[in-house]
Each structure stands twice: as C-alpha cells, then as structure tokens.
Design a protein around this ligand. Sequence first.
Ligand code: MN
Length: 231
Amino acid sequence: MSYVVTAPSPVCVPVLGMSATFAVHRIYCVGRNYEDHAKEMGQTGREAPFFFMKPADAVLVAPAGQTAAMPYPTLTHNLHHEIELVVAIGTGGSHIKAADAHQHIYGYAVGLDMTRRDLQNDMKKMGRSWCIAKGFDHSAPIGTITPAAQVPQIEQAGIYLQVNGQDRQRSVVSKMIWNIAETIEQLSAAWALQPGDLIYTGTPEGVGAVVRGDILEGGVDGLAPIRVRVE
Ligand code: MN
C-alpha cells in the first residue's frame, strides 16, 4: 500500500509483562461519573451517562516506572487533572448488555483526562462543543495496561492522585454512578465498540489546576501507577 501523505503510526500502550502492545482505536470518556465530582461541577443527582471523545493520538504513554513529560498546552491558564480508571476494550460489539460487558474487556489502566478548564467553562456558557477543552494533543496520559484477569477486584479499588506528593483526589471506583458494565452497555448502544477502544470512566472529586514543573502521580489499586511531569 502506498499513501499520498505520511501514514500515521499506530498509537500503542504497553501491557504489563508482555512485549506485545495494545493498539488504540478510539478514546471515549464518561462525563461526571462520580457524584461528588458532579456536585463540584455544579450538578446534582444521577443523570444519564454522557460521553465525549479524544483523538487516539492524544494518548501520552506513561510506562510503569517512568515519568512522562506532558507539554503544558496552549490557549489555557487553567489546566486541570482528572484521575480516571481506563477500561481497554479487547472484543468489540454493539448493544452489549451489562451482563455480558466483562467479556469485552481486555484490561485496565490508570489514566488522566487532562482538561483546559477555562476553555471548557467558556464552551459550556456558549453551548458549544468541549473539543478544544478535552481533545487537545497529549490530553490523555495513560499508564501500562494490566490484563483484566489479574485485577478481579477492580470495582472495589481505591483511586487517587497526588500533585508534588500532596493528595488531590482520593476515592474508590465503587463510587462510580454508572459502573463499568453499565457504561459499556450505554456506550455500545451509541457506537460500535472496537478492539483497541479506551474508555476513560470519569473522575472523582478534587479536580484542580497544575502548572509547569508539577509532578502528577496517580493510581488505582492493583494497576501500575502513572507519573507525569508538566513541562
Ligand atoms: Mn473526565
């Protein structure tokens, strides 16, 4: 096959204990999926899940044991961290029932849904798309993927983020409003899931700003932690 432009390289995330990698197809994100985060964003109660996307090449790989460099993005003065559990889809499908959802999961990773919060607030006020706030380059740091069978208790795991060694976010995955299976059911009704899809499942309360030089360290119990330096 020849191309008239330079063909993009596949975006790949490392997998624990394997030389083969996870090739990324799409990145889906769930909005406001922890009640106390929904409240801090001005919402109340349980709303139907809603989704947005980031481009696959927004991934910033932060392999286990390494510190990934994230360039501070343009156009913002309020770059926020959102620590999230990421579900890596292994088998695709449409209209997947929650009861069958776990058969479609390859594994899990720790991710950051980095957000230009000032631009997001501007877009919300104007009723415009969040793209520029959520889908920018390097906006999706992700750690090494752990195969699902190695983390059977993932829905009870703690989730946390520290900035420069200080706690910013600390919760448990069980506090998600829509759990992993329900999220897959709802998401796969809207899009046909494909192998290689990543789902950022939402962030708990405690989101806040980071600046150049900050070290972000985040984790979910049982998964390789993520470490990112804002440059
Ligand atoms: Mn998020």
